[in-house]
Ligand binder design. Structure first.
Ligand code: BTN
Length: 261
């Protein structure tokens, strides 16, 4: 395998130029290493810093995933960044789904979405999203953390090795991926503040990898996935009727296909 490309410059200025007309206080920072870009932007938000900020780290020493999991990544083989934005939507539900949709649409037609926060390709995870929020003095700041696998990496204890974006876009580098996804993501977040998730539902459905599949959830439910509600909850047809799962703290997995019939 070729070594990771650690020499392509980061397109900080080009991204800033695209975003500045939308967010005049916007700043871009690229760091060689930090514990976690989400942790750093949450610390800043709690300290009262509300400027819209894109923070990219080449390495994270304590990357965090959803549900208290560790997020592992290798410099050059993955893209890890967080975006901190002051936001006050009327309805927060579906925000992380809107993030996933924007990323998928700006990456490739074959990138799927697995509720609530995973980017998926051919039944394997391609990337994840960790959305956190801080409220200070009546203002809300949202921190959107994104981890994308650019190049293949070993399974490292997982049952299947994760997917990588170079399977779809062979020439892609982490810096090129950053400029491809960040400006559309910021536009999507500004739109979300006004419109919420409902207008995005049909576009999410096109990429929804769970719809029509039998799934089980980490809180013990099983059923056929019917898709999402306009508020972004997952609809499951179970033996007890249609259940709506709202919590992002629940994980959902497809059941193995029944091969007996
Ligand atoms: C998940 O799928 O569990 C979410 C993974 C989110 C990882 C990203 S990498 C950049 C940002 N900083 C972190 O510590 N986590 C997010």
């Amino acid at each position: 395998m070729t070594p990771p490309d650690l020499h392509t410059p980061w397109p900080a200025e080009a991204i800033w130029e695209q975003v500045f007309p939308l967010l005049p206080d916007f700043t871009v920072e690229i760091l060689p290493e930090i514990d976690s870009t989400n942790s750093e932007l949450m610390r800043r938000a709690r300290a009262g810093q509300h400027e819209p900020t894109l923070l990219v780290a080449e390495r994270q020493s304590a990357g965090r995933g959803r549900m208290g999991r560790v997020w592992q990544s290798q410099a050059g083989d993955s893209l890890t960044f967080s975006l901190s934005l002051p936001m006050s939507p009327q309805d927060w539900s579906g925000l992380s789904l809107a993030v996933g949709l924007s990323l998928a649409e700006s990456l490739h037609a074959e990138v799927g979405l697995k509720w609530p926060n995973d980017l998926w390709f051919q039944s394997r995870k391609l990337g994840g999203i960790l959305v956190e929020a801080a409220s200070m003095g009546g203002r809300s700041q949202v921190v959107i953390g994104v981890g994308l696998n650019i190049r293949p990496r070993p399974a490292e204890g997982l049952s299947t090795a994760p997917a990588a974006l170079t399977e779809l876009l062979p020439q892609l580098t982490a810096p090129a991926c950053l400029s491809q996804v960040v400006p559309p993501l910021i536009r999507a977040m500004l739109d979300f503040e006004h419109t919420g998730f409902a207008p995005l539902l049909s576009r999410f459905e096109v990429r929804d990898v769970l719809k029509g599949q039998r799934v089980h959830t980490s809180d013990g439910q099983q059923g056929l996935c019917l898709g999402l509600t306009p508020g972004g909850a997952l609809r499951l047809q179970t033996d007890l009727g249609v259940q709506e799962i709202h919590s992002a703290e629940v994980s959902v997995r497809p059941l193995p296909k029944d091969t007996s019939s």
